[in-house]
Design a protein around this ligand. Structure first.
Ligand SMILES: Nc1nc2c(c(=O)[nH]1)N[C@H]1C(S)=C(S)[C@@H](COP(=O)(O)O)O[C@H]1N2
Ligand SMILES: [Mo]
Length: 406
């Protein structure tokens, strides 16, 4: 009895303002209004979402041209405003494909491994599936994430639109280090070319740092099942924490060398034009970031209690702190980080807030285990010229939430 009581005390302390708000709203004692129970629908081979859940990716053909027919899209964004927890369902994982989605028969797929190796190999998928595998939960983010929120902030967009080019999955596959040992990569090799099997011929040079050698994965699985075609079936490179473009889908070739291979993807594209006119190349880590997913653009909130929640991530490691401001970055307090807070994975944060009805702006700021703090927009532009995104939500007196720049 004392045990039960003390547990209850702990619970009610933790419930705090959120619990009190719910209890006040929900006080009643009957289920009289609930529809009757009855026989259910037949069981099915695969499960569909509830007909009451409307959740989908947002296909766009170019920044600002949204809701296009998916067949005309160059990317499609994950519905961050409708997701809970930290894992993105595979069918809602954001997608960026430069030349459509090739249909690859795994029986015909091959991976060529050559260059500075003791032995060139052409591997089949059966060879690869027979190798030891690991699984890791990590985010993938396109460097274009936020392009729509950059120089101006359209007020009528959702967080799916401004930040939907990031997702977190569990990725399963062969450790890159296993393959490196298997083919006997020359220790003098410092770069690796990875090439995809789609029409766009995306190919990227990857520096063979200790981090990449120890964390890289030749992934064939995603959230417990084989990769979906959109995400590289039957094989993709997965480099936790590194820019999306390096994570080559439909992987068919790895070549080891001593210099970057200077493909058009790292010269004409995926470089950062700086304020002095020079371009930054091989800026490969995804930096610390966060976004409030609720309340977020186009939502409406009620007066009184509101739960603020969002996602934080860093390509440098674990998120250790998220701060929230509900007064436009004048004062800050710590949000609660929900477990698990995994390194290089999206991390959920939450905070209580009682909205007093006055127009305001809410902002989040995250810190990772290496001490990197998400910068505000002005200092970021001063340091890096124009890339990345900052995010505030403006809430007007009617409770309408709009996207604005910090
Ligand atoms: N072969 C190939 N790999 C690719 C791409 C591509 O178009 N072709 N797109 C890249 C880009 S720009 C990103 S952001 C990620 C997107 O991965 P996803 O579609 O699984 O989210 O894959 C990268 N790998
Ligand atoms: Mo990308």
């Amino acid at each position: 009895m004392t045990h039960v009581l003390s547990r209850r005390n702990i619970l009610s302390a933790a419930m705090g303002v959120a619990g009190a708000a719910v209890v006040e709203r929900a006080s009643a004692d009957s289920l009289a209004d609930v529809p009757e129970r009855g026989p259910g629908n037949p069981l099915t081979a695969t499960s569909e979402r509830s007909e009451f859940v409307h959740i989908a990716r947002l296909p766009e053909s170019t920044p600002g041209i949204r809701h296009v027919d998916p067949s005309r899209a160059i990317n499609s964004k994950a519905p961050l405003d409708k997701l809970v927890g930290t894992i993105t369902p595979a069918d809602l994982h954001y997608e960026r494909s430069h030349a459509g989605v090739p249909e690859i028969d795994p029986a015909k797929h091959r991976l060529l491994v050559h260059g500075m190796v003791q032995k060139n190999l052409v591997l089949t998928m059966d060879d690869i599936l027979a190798m030891p595998s690991i699984s890791r939960i990590a985010f993938l983010e396109c460097t274009g994430n936020g392009w729509e929120n950059w120089k101006s902030a359209p007020s009528d967009v959702t967080v799916q639109n401004t930040h939907g080019l990031i997702s977190t999955n569990e990725w399963t596959g062969v450790p890159l280090s296993f393959l490196v040992d298997l083919v006997g990569v020359d220790p003098a090799s410092t770069w690796m070319l990875a090439e995809g099997g789609d029409g766009s011929a995306v190919a990227r040079s990857i520096p063979l740092t200790d981090e990449i050698l120890s964390e890289g994965i030749l992934a064939h699985g995603q959230n417990g099942e084989p990769l979906r075609p959109a995400h590289g079936f039957p094989l993709r490179l997965f480099l936790p924490g590194f820019e999306g473009n390096l994570n080559i889908k439909w992987l068919r070739r790895l070549k080891f060398g001593t210099r970057p291979f200077m493909t058009r993807w790292e010269t004409a594209r995926y470089t950062q034009l700086q304020a002095d006119g020079s371009a930054r190349q091989f800026q490969l880590h995804q930096d610390v970031n966060s976004v409030i997913t609720s309340p977020s653009g186009m939502m409406e909130i009620r007066l009184g209690y509101t739960r603020i929640t969002g996602l934080a991530w860093s390509g440098h490691g674990r998120i250790v702190r998220v701060e929230i401001s509900t007064d436009g970055a004048k004062t800050w307090r710590d949000a609660v980080i929900s477990a698990p807070a995994l390194p290089k994975a999206q991390t959920r944060f939450q905070a209580d807030w009682v909205w007093d009805g006055a127009p305001t702006k809410i902002v989040s700021r995250s810190t990772d285990e290496k001490g990197n703090v998400q910068p505000d927009r002005a200092s970021f532009i001063a340091a890096r010229n124009t890339n990345a995104l900052f995010h505030k939500k403006k809430i007007d007196a009617a409770g309408k939430v709009r996207n604005v720049l910090a």
